[in-house]
Design a protein around this ligand. Structure first.
Ligand code: GLN
Length: 259
């Protein structure tokens, strides 16, 4: 078996260890004997997304977002939407997530075009929303699970009626610090504000992406058989430590929401 990963705009969109998400996918596949190919795709490069099994785009500052927004929303849009429509798993973090909505209006009023994959839009505000985050998500078939990470964004993202959130904020700000939602999901595409990187300490989410990727290419039964259980003791401890740290900051007066 093989998994082909498309790493979009790696030079401009990789804040706070976002590259580690790709490494986590690569390792978790290789530990199960699945071969992995990672292809980096930048501005100006045409992309047939149907060739890939997973796409990833990380976060970036407004400056980097401005440099890629036209290319993303014009040159890559159609192929990406078509591939996601027929099941391509995708993970987009922060700046990348913002550009998958309809638009992102920056602090200086510039409106960057979005891909329109998520029925969502983002407007920069103040103060920046910064800190450790715990989300409770219904994404997983085995039941609700926590997802942990770190957020640092000026943009406030609002979901339209056509968008489903990734989860509900337990600690932190999430999409906009107002409505209690974090991230967005459409088919097998996930957008989130969570850096960290996200996948090493949320192995269930990494495997959710790998499972969707393998099921799309090889069928559900073979995907399940290929995804042998790994010893995730260290990953789970990192996950629990992130929850403890987030709860400590919440107890010290930072934001907190109850589920
Ligand atoms: N520039 C965006 C914001 O501040 C995204 C930042 C990021 O990717 N961390 O909202």
């Amino acid at each position: 078996m093989e998994v082909r990963i498309c790493y979009l705009y790696p030079e401009m969109m990789s804040l706070y260890g976002d590259r580690g998400n790709v490494l986590a996918l690569v390792r978790r596949a290789e530990w199960r004997g699945i071969a992995v190919v990672v292809e980096e795709v930048g501005v100006g490069e045409a992309t047939d997304f149907s060739r890939y099994d997973i796409a990833f785009v990380g976060g970036g500052q407004d400056r980097e977002q401005a440099l890629i927004a036209e290319d993303f929303a014009r040159r890559k849009r159609e192929d990406l939407l078509a591939a996601v429509e027929e099941g391509l798993p995708l993970l987009a973090v922060c700046g990348g997530y913002q550009l998958l909505g309809r638009f992102y209006r920056t602090a200086d009023g510039q409106e960057l075009p979005g891909v329109g994959l998520f029925d969502a839009w983002t407007v920069a505000g103040a103060p920046r929303l910064i800190g450790n985050v715990v989300v409770e998500s219904d994404l997983f078939p085995e039941g609700p699970r926590t997802i942990v990470g770190f957020e640092n964004h000026a943009g406030r993202t609002y979901l339209g009626a056509g968008a489903k959130p990734l989860g509900r904020v337990v600690v932190g700000h999430g999409n906009n610090g107002e409505d209690g939602w974090e991230g967005a999901v459409y088919k097998n595409a996930v957008g989130t504000y969570l850096h960290g990187p996200l996948l090493p300490k949320n192995p269930a989410l990494a495997d959710w992406l790998l499972r969707a990727a393998l099921a799309r290419r090889y069928g559900r039964e073979d995907a399940e058989a290929a995804l042998a259980r790994l010893d995730d003791a260290i990953e789970e401890e990192a996950h629990r430590a992130a929850i403890r740290r987030a709860q400590e900051t919440a107890a010290n007066g930072a934001v907190r929401r109850s589920v």
